[in-house]
Design a binder for this molecule. Structure first.
Ligand code: X5A
Ligand code: ZN
Length: 648
């Protein structure tokens, strides 16, 4: 399907003509630095290049009251009428190109010409208001694109994610009473002491009238927010609402002044974080994501972050995040206050705002903070990009029909003697079929551990699923994986003699009750409905996984896993954010080719199908989640959502 890159070099023309320390950071080099880096990395070449066109008067009129063309001498005087604006003779042309680029991108995505894309534009847009330029922004590119998607394409639900470090108050004002546009913005706020110094940037501004709950503000009250804070904000605030909203299109106000090194933002998130944010958004709206550049003033950080975003739009797996994944106290307070402000308007937040239930009686208490493998967590788990993104080692011949051309069908098997040696302790692996399947799995796993293959799918007879998984875990740990995450669905027991040494984290989703037997051995019931499934993924699986920072993920759909195809696809798509996408899915041999096909496509970078309007999590699902959160939060910090202290 592809990724569009919309650009026009004319947008480098507008620049500062007089001294102005506030405006000087918004320079033409922002675009050239980003574009040069995209070229250097071979990313531009992989995109569909679209040359930006000017937006028409009528298109600008979707959002703006009137536009005027001025002579040069009037520009400086006019600039003085606005906050943080410096006009140039070319500004209007550039601004019309910037707005036009957004329109082209939305058209390309909504007509199916591409799956997603990025518009590399100047001037930025999200501060611009109906009749006022503001904060380097002339026309509100994203708002115009949203209005156009509604008017020309008939869309009813558009999610706007504003990850720029400033509050896009322009977008908020334009859509504050519009329930068809869910606007999310995080921003440096410092209790109102940071530009644009607005009371309405705080978490309690939630929209008005019909639009109540469709404005979501997450104010950062301290600088220095990093990867853990940003990912936590997505998992615990944005994504629950976004899934409930079920957008048809995602627009991103992609400002990179929220990245490390930026003089405006003063934040700490590394460029890789934007790969993760992008990947997390790609599970929405069938993957229809249109990103438009907003701020970003540190050229190096900007260029890298743009590359990360484009690379992820192209379907490459996100590189592992560096640094410890522990959100800071101030971030947790902000996330909690935004959740509290939104809770009246969103079912997915309501149940979770209740007091946590007491610990289940008689359950074993989780211990393990002392055994947290801090030294292991410091080790980088970097591997060069594998030549094969996804390989499939299956026996069913009709699988080829549903696979994209770049997914490799693996023929090879591990050596017979070696396979037998691994199988020996397991009675269930004695049968020829089981042994043959194990040989294929071992070969695939070795390819992944050697760095030739990024992700894969293997199958096993149902009767040998547990034993095969046991071998896969051991093989992974003895052949290079430092930290292995195993997400096991259905009747699969944790290998009893697997050490609790921090090198593996076992998460079983099935079971009748939630239990944390140690911080590395967690079970939770499989929720029946979509709402419960989503809160399990966002509230438990991903926070555990992001805290653990695995370098290999096994996801096993064992006997009685009970997972629908679209749910399995979503789980795989989201687990792909871990371990640099090094994910091995293990299926039962009699799984449908449809299931294998959809998992292969998702592991290969395709968007999972959207889940549609979701039901609410059941009280039992919520109880299980709250219980495990209470048990595990002290060890796995990404589970924290703020404000609630687990009972000791
Ligand atoms: C788009 C953007 C920032 C304006 C800052 C004014 N604008 N001090 O990042
Ligand atoms: Zn900004």
């Amino acid at each position: 399907m592809g990724t569009a890159l919309v650009y026009h070099e004319d947008m480098t023309a507008t620049r500062l003509l007089w001294d102005d320390p506030e405006c000087e950071i918004e320079r033409p080099e922002r675009l050239t630095a980003a574009l040069d880096r995209l070229r250097q990395r071979g990313l531009e070449q992989r995109c569909l290049l679209l040359s930006a066109r000017e937006a028409s008067e009528e298109e600008l009129g979707l959002v703006h009251r009137e536009t005027q063309v001025l002579g040069k001498e009037e520009l400086q005087a006019l600039s003085g009428q606005f906050d943080a604006i410096c006009f140039h003779p070319s500004t209007f042309h550039c601004a019309r190109l910037a707005a036009g680029a957004g329109l082209q991108l939305v058209d390309a995505v909504l007509t199916g010409a591409v799956q997603n894309g990025l518009a590399l534009v100047r001037p930025p847009g999200h501060h611009s208001q109906r009749a006022a330029a503001n904060g380097f922004c002339v026309f509100n590119n994203v708002a115009i694109a949203a209005a156009h998607a509604k008017q020309k394409h008939g869309l009813h639900r558009i999610l706007v994610v504003d990850w720029d470090v400033h509050h896009g108050q322009g977008i908020q004002y334009l859509f504050e009473d519009d329930p068809s546009i869910l606007y999310f913005s995080w921003h440096r706020y410092e209790h109102g002491r940071f530009w644009p110094f607005l009371r309405e940037s705080d978490a309690d501004a939630v929209g008005r009238g019909q639009g109540l709950g469709f404005t979501v503000n997450l104010p950062w009250n301290q600088v220095g927010m990093g990867n853990a804070d940003y990912v936590a904000a997505f998992l615990h605030l944005l994504l629950p609402l976004a899934f409930e909203f079920d957008p048809e299109l995602v627009l991103v106000s992609a400002g990179f002044d929220s990245a490390i090194g930026d003089p405006e933002g003063q934040m700490q998130a590394t460029p890789e974080c934007f790969a993760h944010l992008t990947q997390l958004l790609q599970v929405l709206a069938g993957g229809r994501v249109c990103a438009m550049l907003e701020g970003g003033y540190h050229l190096e950080s900007l260029a890298e972050s743009v590359c990360m975003t484009v690379q992820t739009l192209l379907g490459d797996p996100a590189p592992p995040l560096s640094g410890s994944m522990v959100p800071c106290q101030s971030a947790l307070e902000s996330i909690q206050s935004a959740r509290a402000a939104q809770a009246p308007h969103w079912k997915s937040l309501q149940l979770q705002e209740e007091r946590p239930p007491p610990l289940l009686p008689g359950g074993p208490v989780c211990k393990g903070a002392a055994s947290a493998p801090s030294s292991l967590l410091d080790q980088p788990c970097l591997c060069p990009a594998p030549s094969v993104r996804t390989a499939v080692a299956l026996t069913a011949p009709d699988i080829t029909l549903v696979l994209p051309p770049d997914v490799i069908q693996q023929e090879g098997s591990a050596l017979r003697e070696e396979t037998e040696a691994w199988a020996r302790p397991h009675e269930s692996l004695a049968r020829e079929e089981a042994l043959a399947a194990l040989g294929k799995l071992l070969y695939l796993l070795d390819g992944m551990l050697d760095g030739q293959v990024n992700s894969g799918i293997a199958a096993t007879p149902a009767s040998a699923a547990a034993a095969t998984l046991d071998v896969a875990i051991r093989r992974g740990l003895s052949h290079g994986a430092q930290r292995l995450l195993c997400v096991a669905l259905g009747q699969l027991d944790r290998p009893p003699d697997l050490a609790h040494d921090g090198r593996s984290l076992w998460l079983n989703i099935r079971g009748k009750e939630a239990a944390a037997l140690s911080m590395f051995h967690v079970s939770t019931p499989l929720p029946a409905m979509t709402g419960g499934f989503l809160s399990c993924i966002l509230g438990l699986v991903l926070p555990l996984a992001y805290s653990f920072q695995p370098d290999l993920v096994l996801v096993a759909l064992g006997p009685g896993h009970g997972l629908q195809g679209r749910h399995a696809a979503l789980l795989a798509a989201m687990l792909r954010g871990l371990a640099g996408g090094r994910v091995l899915a293990l299926l039962e041999e009699d799984s449908t080719p449809q299931l294998a096909g959809i998992l292969a496509r998702v592991l290969n970078g395709e968007a999972p199908p959207s889940l549609g309007a979701s039901s609410v999590a059941s009280p039992e699902d919520v109880r299980a989640l709250m219980y495990l959160r209470g048990q595990l939060e002290p060890q796995w910090k990404m589970l924290q959502v703020g404000a609630f202290t687990p009972q000791k």
